[in-house]
Design a protein around this ligand. Structure first.
Ligand code: COA
Length: 326
């Protein structure tokens, strides 16, 4: 089995900053409500860039940081719930944009767990010898599926993209992996695609309406998230023979500060152990863990040999985590 290392990260967020006061001009909300209930202060919102545009920019930065040639990439996986198109995949558009001519490309749909799932899949491809150098991306233009009249959801999300390069290595950089799904709770977080419309559609289905905007049972997702972070962290530590003291940072999906507060309490660990930047970017779904990771790299918070625990959860419901040795 080949060993795998993360050798570079990158991220991109659109320049337009929308703060909580800006949102209070659109819906009945306030900076006080949003800050105290979520920890979010501002988010980036696309002024027209789509998911593949942002994904390509994050990818180019990761390639530069990893110091590899674009032609070395033989796998591109994009985790996204907001692709540019049904066909082609966002990964294929990225391939064309960055000219990664030797890559096999596909998207995966795991909502906010998209970056973790993609890291996991790329790890398995490299371990098995199917590929050597993978570009993993989490990218979202959530603003295009937000219901901007729904104060329950529109205050939570933001746009952005993150990327990582994984490569075969002499040193093992992936110490444990945790993953799972619970489709029975799928209705807790929903964004519909398009209805069935064809010349043969039955009468009762003819007028079926579908709406792509996000609908969420916030309390259900909150409970699920706290449970999963707690269980996931414990399982990842057990499988890697690590203790919480061995972990320099836990990098969670950046959904809500109160979720982290509750999980930290349950785990008996200081909130300081969790790296959070949701105050600046909100919940960017599949991009959030990657944006946080790249943020940490840029601030020099991670050194070679450090152990970092990533943990994500989201629509599906889906969840997953990874311990990386940097
Ligand atoms: N501004 C002002 N008031 C708001 C509001 C907003 N943006 N959004 C909701 N409210 C109101 C509600 O209408 C409700 O009013 P009511 O009591 O008159 O009906 C009140 O605030 C309380 O709503 P509630 O749902 O109890 O709030 P909460 O404390 O559970 O917080 C969330 C709501 C969404 C912040 C919280 O449930 C959450 O973070 N859940 C997880 C969501 C998440 O992270 N999803 C993505 C995961 S991938």
């Amino acid at each position: 089995m080949n060993k795998v290392q993360v050798i570079g990260t990158g991220s991109y967020v659109p320049p337009k900053i929308v703060n909580n006061n800006d949102l209070s001009c659109i819906v009945d909300t306030s900076d006080e409500w949003i800050s105290s209930r979520t920890g979010i202060k501002e988010r980036r919102i696309s002024e027209g860039e789509n998911t593949a545009d942002m994904a390509s920019k994050a990818a180019m930065k990761a390639i530069e940081n990893a110091n590899i040639k674009v032609e070395d990439i033989d796998l591109i996986i994009v985790g996204t719930a907001t692709p540019d198109s049904f066909i082609p995949s966002t990964a294929c558009i990225v391939q064309s944009n960055i000219k990664a001519v030797n890559a096999t490309c596909f998207d995966i749909s795991a909502a906010c767990s998209g970056f973790i799932y993609s890291l996991d899949i790329a790890t398995q491809f490299i371990r098995s010898g199917s590929c050597r150098t993978a570009l993993v991306i989490g990218a979202e233009t959530l603003s295009k599926i937000i219901n901007w009249e729904d104060r329950n959801t529109c205050v939570l999300f933001g746009d952005g993209a993150a990327a990582a390069i994984l490569k075969t290595s002499d040193i093992e950089g992936i110490l444990s992996i945790f993953r799972g799904s619970d489709g029975s709770k799928g209705k807790a977080l929903v964004s519909d695609a398009i209805p069935v419309k064809n010349p043969y559609v039955s009468k009762e289905n003819l007028d079926k309406q579908m709406d792509s905007t996000i609908k969420m049972d916030g309390r259900e997702v909150f409970k699920f998230a706290v449970k999963i972070i707690t269980q996931g962290v414990e399982k990842l530590l057990e499988d890697s023979n690590c203790s919480l003291e061995d972990i320099k940072y836990i990098v969670p999906h950046q959904a809500n500060f109160r979720i982290i507060e509750s999980a930290a309490k349950k785990l008996g660990v200081s909130e300081e152990k969790f790296y959070l930047n949701l105050d600046r970017f909100g919940n960017t779904s599949a991009a959030s863990v990657g944006i946080a990771l790249d943020d940490m790299v840029e601030q020099n918070l991670i050194q070679r040999g450090d152990k970092i625990l990533l943990i994500g959860f989201g629509g599906g419901l889906t969840y997953g985590g990874i311990i990386i040795q940097w």
